[in-house]
Design a protein around this ligand. Structure first.
Ligand SMILES: [Zn+2]
Length: 498
């Protein structure tokens, strides 16, 4: 039997002739589901408005799931069960019952948030934490309260789902119409502007509280910081219980075998790795020590090990094992767990790995400690201020956050690196080699009309092809000397390079 306790709140907002039968129906339904439950009827005590009524109800409710239902129940009872199930399964923390989208709400959605509750339905469900935070912060007394709850659910990063219900017309009158809705929207925006609501959890990168949910992906929300333009997941499920991993010192590596296949022009990945190594080479002396964080297929490692002393770490055991099998010095470790028993490194390279680190400030300070003063950090990541990213953002949101936790903007990275004891040497677009096969497939699926032209082009162009990947490559140096003379960057400027 489940230990979930459901608190059902029934606000009385209209004529309530059907109330006794509603309560009876809810009671017998919840009995059948096996949940513990309590039902409260909320009346207009002391002439309190709808908002005040619900705030009082939630404050007194003891359940772990709080459901607000209409007193005349204009939907099948299973809608309540569905709402409870959505919260209980963790698919959402806030559920709004909705009948159909109204075109009039488009303006309100633009002014507030994309997901709004239905104006004529009171059906809503909250997890207890969400209810206490959201309803505790609401200020409005009347119908705009529903809009305020939707706005705050987004502000505090709760995952909101809409539950479409079918059924007869509700006897409750709409909680807001277009005019009172607009007035409420203005009031909400003004309260927020005056910092009338508790600030949300601060941005992980720049610590600003100007943070919003910009999209929802399965099981999570994507938060966006309006100051530094970074995007990150609402919650990270990072399990990191591994112990320290020590580097084992080896003797001098034999010189690279000229017959090594990685020297030959090969697939796109290898050529990309060569290109990346070339960017690093001009900052290094021969036999410099390079640490790569996140070794992927080992192509960079193989290229780097031919000229330099190479060490790789990767947190995935299978990846580390596979690359170690190629004869490279690779450990299964994360940056915080890696203990370098040898001399400090001359360079650290991260290719699309920094986005997977849950604490960028900690990771950078640890990488700084692994580098010798003046050592080079080569970082390639997506750029959320880049044109390619902005065009494809919405379509690729789920894909982008499948493995990544934080996506950075160019300006945020500059600020982050400068505050972490690095100085920026150069920033540029990261060009990567792509197989024509891969490009042909993307064109065929996305813009089939362009295919005949592209076919001709592909025949002329080399394979693999060098294309912009929407990423940037930053080269930074560990600042020499004490970090006392660093200059805080007063504003976010994409072109700020020093
Ligand atoms: Zn930020």
């Amino acid at each position: 039997m489940s230990s979930t306790r459901v608190s059902v709140l029934v606000p009385l907002v209209g004529p309530s002739a059907e109330l006794p039968s509603t309560l009876e129906a809810i009671e017998s339904y919840l009995h059948a589901t096996g949940f513990e439950f309590d039902i409260r009827v909320l009346d207009r005590r002391d002439g309190a408005g709808y908002g005040a009524m619900l705030r009082r109800g939630v404050a007194e409710a003891g359940g772990s799931i709080i459901v607000i239902v209409d007193h005349d129940l204009p939907y099948p009872m299973s809608a309540i069960g569905d709402a409870v199930a959505l919260i209980q399964s963790g698919a959402a923390e806030v559920v709004f019952g909705r009948r159909e989208a109204r075109p009039g709400d488009l303006l309100l959605r633009t002014l507030l948030v994309p997901i709004l509750p239905d104006r004529a339905l009171h059906l809503k469900a909250f997890s207890a934490d969400a209810a206490r935070l959201i309803l505790g912060e609401t200020r409005l007394r009347k119908g705009g309260f529903d809009l305020e709850a939707a706005y705050l659910a987004n502000k505090y990063g709760f995952r909101v789902e809409c539950l479409t219900t079918h059924g007869g017309k509700s006897a409750s009158k709409a909680t807001f119409d277009i005019w009172s809705g607009l007035a409420a929207a203005a009031a909400i925006r003004m309260t927020d502007r005056r910092n009338g609501y508790r600030p949300p959890r601060r941005c992980l990168v720049c610590f600003s509280s100007e943070v919003w949910s910009i999209d929802q992906i399965p099981g999570n929300v994507v938060r966006s910081c309006s100051r530094c333009k970074c995007r990150y997941l609402g919650h990270f499920d990072v399990v990191d219980d591994a112990g320290p991993v020590r580097r084992v010192l080896r003797g001098q590596m034999p010189p690279a075998d000229p017959g090594d296949e990685t020297i030959h022009r090969g697939v796109a990945r290898e050529r990309t790795s060569q290109r990346r190594l070339a960017a690093l080479r001009r900052h290094l002396t021969s036999r410099a020590r390079i640490l790569e964080v996140g070794v992927r297929d080992g192509s960079f490692g193989a290229a780097a090990a031919a000229e330099f002393e190479y060490v790789g770490i990767d947190r995935a055991p299978s990846v580390a094992r596979a690359v170690r099998a190629r004869g490279l010095e690779v450990y299964c470790s994360t940056v915080p767990n890696f203990v370098n028993t040898g001399p400090a490194f001359d360079a650290i390279a991260l290719f699309h790995v920094f986005e997977n680190m849950a604490d960028p400030h900690d990771a950078l300070s640890r990488m700084k400690d692994l580098l010798k003063p003046g050592g080079v950090l080569l970082l390639s990541t997506f750029d959320t201020e880049g044109l390619l990213y902005l065009i494809t953002e919405r379509r690729w949101m789920t894909q982008n956050f499948r493995t990544h936790l934080i996506l950075y903007s160019r300006s945020a990275l500059i600020e982050l690196l400068e505050h972490s004891g690095f100085e920026i040497v150069s920033i540029g677009a990261e060009l990567e080699y792509r197989d024509q096969r891969f490009l042909r497939h993307s064109v065929a699926t996305r813009w089939p009309a362009l295919m005949p032209v592209m076919q001709t082009l592909f025949r002329i162009l080399p394979d693999p092809l060098l294309v912009p990947s929407g990423s940037i490559r930053i080269v930074a140096k560990r600042r020499v000397g004490s970090p006392v003379n660093f200059r805080a960057i007063p504003s976010v400027e994409p072109t700020h390079a020093r």
